[in-house]
Design a protein around this ligand. Structure first.
Ligand SMILES: NCc1[nH]cc(CCC(=O)O)c1CC(=O)O
Length: 332
């Protein structure tokens, strides 16, 4: 038996390894995937998935009203620090950049990044370009609203809450007011809904004159992070085996930028790190005002040795261009 397997099996000889996650269908699918990865590393381990209701999922209204920050993670944090779960599974996109992680915990693994594109799904599969002026697009994301407005100021957007499956049901309802939704392509993939007609929006920024609706992804898009207690050495060693170093570097660059801009998941901030075949790491960042009528953007390149420095450089440049005022304009 390899040493890791032995240590982990020993740690979980009495109780199963408990994986904490949100209650949505997508969260459960993500956690089953994590359980599968762990079972591959440690055959025979007993795993229990513990769905936990978070305030964001219980609250039907505007997230800003319940504080926004941490609304997706507070209850899971408490389960982790209280040792009622051993690993928390999070979409990095929903982890705030401006509140510290629960004390005594850290992300021990980032899984390889999935697709980071946003897609448009329309009612009746109407081509996006054919949506008439005034059509209502369902999205609660300021980042999506702002980027749509740059290119299609004729469309209206309205907040839509609920899990992705619930939102799609709203779109398809007989008297739905929505003409389309903007979603992460990864959501469709994870939910097994790729058959649904969708149009992929390009990641690269395009100016309003180009007439191409681009959608720069949010910080952490498509990345699942696994959080555990620092003191739980066997679990941290296990997570280290699951960690994808390149994704971890990208997350560090993006989240350093987010942190320095003081953003959370629904801030009007976009950020995307990637690596060229010759090993250069790039980070593109954007900050918008709520209607997309004003934004700043910045891009920098560096090598892989210091992702945090890259994040800091892009943040500093965005701040220099006035990012703080744009963000402040949207805070309630
Ligand atoms: N805010 C909800 C959320 N958090 C992460 C994803 C998608 C998957 C990901 O990017 O990790 C979604 C749904 C969506 O935006 O369609």
């Amino acid at each position: 038996m390899n040493p890791l397997t032995e240590v982990v099996l020993d740690r979980f000889s009495e109780t199963p390894l408990r994986i904490g996650t949100r209650t949505s269908t997508m969260a459960k699918i993500q956690s089953s995937h994590v359980a599968e990865l762990i079972t591959r590393l440690v055959p025979g381990i007993a795993i229990e998935i513990v769905p936990t209701q978070v305030s964001a999922d219980l609250w039907p209204g505007d997230l800003a009203e319940i504080g926004g920050k941490g609304a997706f993670s507070k209850e899971i944090d408490r389960a982790l620090t209280g040792a009622r779960i051993d690993i928390a599974v999070h979409c990095m996109k929903d982890v705030p950049g401006d509140v510290p992680l629960a004390e005594g915990t850290a992300f021990g693994a980032y899984l390889p990044r999935d697709d980071v594109h946003d897609v448009v799904v329309t009612r009746g599969d109407v081509p996006f370009a054919d949506l008439p002026p005034g059509s209502l697009i369902g999205t609660s994301s300021v980042r999506r609203h702002a980027q749509l407005s740059i290119h299609r100021p004729d469309l209206r957007t309205e907040r839509i809450r609920g899990n992705v499956d619930t939102r799609l049901n709203h779109l398809d309802e007989k008297d739905s007011k929505y003409a389309a939704l903007v979603l992460a392509r990864t959501s469709l993939i994870r939910l097994g809904l790729l058959d649904r007609h969708h149009e992929v929006l390009p990641l690269e920024f395009h100016s309003a004159e180009e007439g191409i609706v681009s959608m720069v992804p949010p910080v952490g898009a498509g990345v699942i992070g696994l959080q555990a207690r620092n003191s739980d050495t066997p679990v941290m060693r296990l997570l280290d085996e699951l960690n994808h170093p390149l994704t971890a570097s990208h997350i560090l660059a993006e989240r350093t930028m987010l942190h320095l801009l003081s953003g959370h998941c629904n801030s009007p901030i976009a950020g995307h790190a990637s690596t060229t075949p010759d090993g250069q790491m790039g980070l593109f960042g954007m900050v918008f005002n709520p209607d997309g009528s004003a934004f700043v953007r910045s891009q920098a390149w560096g090598d892989h040795s210091d992702p945090a420095a890259l994040g800091a450089r892009v943040a500093a440049d965005l701040l220099h261009q006035g990012a703080r005022n744009l963000i402040a304009a949207t805070r309630k």
